[in-house]
Design a protein around this ligand. Structure first.
Ligand code: OAD
Length: 237
């Protein structure tokens, strides 16, 4: 493997599966257990805020019981290794858990938001919180009651940090997609953007995804097995 210095990685629910967090589109996954339109759209929140607060309270509480797995830890090692040789790693994650950070990664973009943050639907203030929330809560900035909502990008909303994502993509030598089905845009379109720029592309996933044919190389297996092996190859090169 030739020497790669600036790597951008897109991660999805599959990287956290071995930590015990449900993926979305597998059999029995989250979107079979809960209707998307109820818990992951602004309209669902407006219709029943208590139900939506409870859904994210449950997921936030579950975060306290899980640990990063070998794949998260390997990516943190890769970040340090690339940095030591003058390179960089940016992890763009669709995941709303904080397992990359718990595993030691620092340069992480949460394009779909994160469970440990709240957003005021009135004034737009965002702040860190690990506690349960309810429709009776008030915003810590504008004080308006019922302002706080989960800081999660719902369907129909704009993902975070698209400018920064574009900037890191423009500097990448390699784009890697790990544990995502490639079903949700704009994340699913990043591989095509990488190809357009002439950046090499690699997919690491349990099974073939909708966009596997777009990658220069696809390796299939569990993230906990194939990610540490790939990281060792990059760091040895
Ligand atoms: P999906 O549930 O759509 O896809 C998870 C992918 O991970 C599938 O391709 C699985 O085959 C793969 N997978 C499962 N276990 C794995 C393992 N142990 N190792 C490696 N791969 C594994 O989840 P995402 O692609 O992340 O958005 O979904 C994208 C977005 O859709 C989410 O961010 C969420 C959801 O709606 C929002 O909530 C805005």
């Amino acid at each position: 493997m030739s020497k790669l210095n600036h790597i951008v990685i897109l991660t999805g629910a599959g990287i956290s599966a071995e930590s015990g967090i449900d993926t979305f589109r597998s059999e029995g996954g989250l979107w079979e257990q809960y209707p998307i339109e109820q818990v992951a759209t602004p309209e669902g929140f407006a219709a029943d805020p208590a139900l939506v607060h409870n859904f994210y309270n449950m997921r936030r509480a579950a975060l306290k019981t899980v640990k990063p797995n070998a794949a998260h830890i390997a990516l943190a090692k890769l970040e340090k290794g690339l940095h030591a040789r003058g390179g960089s790693l940016t992890i763009i994650t669709q995941n709303v858990d904080n397992l990359h950070e718990q595993g030691g990664a620092e340069n992480v973009i949460h394009m779909h938001g994160i469970l440990t943050s709240l957003l005021c639907q009135f004034c737009g203030h965002r702040w860190e919180s690990h506690e349960d929330t309810s429709p009776n809560d008030s915003c810590i900035a504008c004080q308006r009651r019922s302002g706080p909502r989960p800081d999660i990008v719902w369907f129909g909303e704009m993902p975070y940090e698209l400018d920064r994502i574009d900037q890191v993509m423009s500097q990448a030598d390699l784009f890697v997609s790990i544990g995502t089905s490639g079903a949700v845009y704009p994340a699913a379109g990043l591989v095509s953007e990488a190809r357009r720029r002439g950046t090499k592309t690699l997919e690491l996933n349990l099974e073939e995804s909708q966009g596997s044919y777009l990658f220069d190389e696809s390796r299939l297996g569990k993230a906990g097995d194939i990610v540490p092996k790939w990281v060792a190859e990059v760091l040895a090169a």
